[in-house]
Design a protein around this ligand. Sequence first.
Ligand SMILES: [Zn+2]
Length: 305
Amino acid sequence: MTASASPIFPSIVRPFQLEGCDVRGKLVRLGVAYGDILAPHDYPPIVARLLGELLALAAALSTSLKYEGTFVIQTSSNGPIRMIMADVQSSGGMRAYARYNAEDIDDAGDATIAELLGTGHIAFTVDQGPDTTRYQGITAIEGESLTDCANTYFRQSEQLETEIMLAAEPGGNGRDARAAALMLQRLPRPERSIVDPEEDDEKWRNAVVLMKSMSADELLDADIPTDQLLYRLYHETGVRVFEGRPLRFHCRCSRDRVANTLASFSADDLKDMKTDAGLIVATCEFCRTDYTFDDDQLAALRPAN
Ligand SMILES: [Zn+2]
């Protein structure tokens, strides 16, 4: 590789800890993982951008999974973008898709999140299998951006004080797509080393101010390596980085899963779903894979009938 080669934007969650100030954090950068998620779709840029920010938010929060499981964020609202769903597995697989009304999307520029999504909510769910509790947090859609919305959610619901910045640039058709999140969390009180509450508060505020001094362009700049970005912001305090978790696009759909879903429909419903050629074509909303079933295959799904 020559010095002029364009650097690769990674797909990673990098945990870190600021020295001497009881603040830890996550830096998320999504390159190929985000591009691969966009590639099967043809989203308007403004939809792709919001989807990227939601993915980065999901990636930042997914590392709180203590066991194997899936962290899911889903918006639900009445605006031009009716729904975005993003999920991240503890193994690093992630996927997302958006539902929207193309004719209502104005790609002119800086629409607020309320204009894009309308009135509704964002739900946060942890799914750790059938025998475990699904924790769900929920927040109203409000503010200028998804960053505002997420920070409002943290203030209302998290036990840990948390601040986040989100940014995304979808590039063209998934090429050069970049999304990122920088999240700071204050350690729980019993774990803090600073005894003086004023000093403790000031160090937290200072860490947040430094985070906010960074622009979205810097967060998304492939020329600034991930660790270098943290060092730029926090070299005075000192920052310790921990091993990152790689992320990638991974859809969990399969022919068997689609077959199980189809088996739950009545024979009449299945008839209504058929194409003119007499087939049922089920398309995965995440990866756009088509699963086709003919009459014989459908009959095999329903041996009891
Ligand atoms: Zn799929």
